[in-house]
Write a protein that binds this ligand. Sequence first.
Ligand code: FAD
Ligand code: NAP
Length: 304
Amino acid sequence: MYDTLIVGSGPAGMTAALYAARSNLKVGLIEQGAPGGQMNNTSDIENYPGYDLITGPELSMKMFEPLEKFNVEHLYGIVQKIEVDGDIRRVVTEDESYEAKTIILATGSKNRLLGAPGEETYNSRGVSYCAVCDGAFFRNQDLLVVGGGDSAVEEAVYLTQFANSVTIVHRRDQLRAQQILQNRAFNNEKVKFIWDSVVSEIKGNDMRVTSVDIQNVKTGEVTNHAFGGVFIYVGTFPLSQMVSELDITDQEGWVITDNEMKTSIPGVFAVGDVRQKHLRQITTAVGDGAIAGQGVYQYIIENN
Ligand code: FAD
Ligand code: NAP
């Protein structure tokens, strides 16, 4: 029986593990992939205090290493379900079941699909959701980035080091991204914009993407543009399907907590991007993790 089982080893889960383990709790950290979560798909991080600039994979390792010292148990598994059975909280993976006094859900979020014709057909054949992973395969190409948030704008600028040009297509005439990221894009001569427009179809040959149909939402006009690759950044959705039966999420699946990261179920906490919250960042994930890591300690003291 673990004192706490943490699902997800992104910045939120790793910080929760650090705080709980430093309180001498028996901590299990369950992850389906490499530690670091979305940080592993992030090029340069410039808004994590203490570092002018650090790469996502580097910051992941810096958060991961101290966990060894405090005997956090690393468990591999794709968590399917979280069950509550009296005082026991159970985490069920495809082939294991683990029991704990408390659970911290730190499963984050995932890229949303665009839903345009051709997106699925050309996935990994010109359509990508990760500039850091795939950018280098698109040297000297003309690329399209879809979206107007932080991810689209930041990754568009990142892609200019490989691409001939990068066009951002956005459904409105104003970006949602932070001003500093917008300024970088506006000041980069390789970055172009198509405003008030959406992708209506991604087209290609037998091998890969060759062009994209883009519709102006104001005039309805559809034009075809040659692109060698399409990077899609139209937001994220929560990875909370494992708690869908617990009635702790809003309609979109974001987990509802109070300021102490407690859900409505005693002993079940949620942290980071999977929570219903306004600012999804590494700093806020880390803050949530610290609060919950300390919170499970308090919960165990009060309930045993
Ligand atoms: P995540 O990082 O998403 O980690 C969740 C972990 O849970 C993952 O490792 C996942 O594998 C695991 N998991 C999920 N489901 C399961 C399951 N069923 N079983 C087992 N494990 C599971 N923020 C910044 O502050 N600065 C930036 O510069 C920045 N750049 C970004 C760039 C991009 C392209 C993106 C997409 C995001 C960026 N962000 C940035 C946002 C930041 O990465 C997130 O806010 C942060 O990673 C959230 O941390 P988290 O721990 O809540 O979730
Ligand atoms: P986001 O902020 O939700 O932005 C999604 C963008 O896609 C919006 O511009 C939205 O348009 C557009 N969009 C949504 N659905 C669309 C559709 N069907 N067709 C066309 N466009 C569509 O998502 P994100 O940029 O991936 O960011 C996710 C989180 O990570 C945010 O909290 C962000 O702050 C964080 N992040 C931070 C950094 C950083 O700090 N450097 C970098 C990356 C990400 P509208 O604007 O019209 O809604």
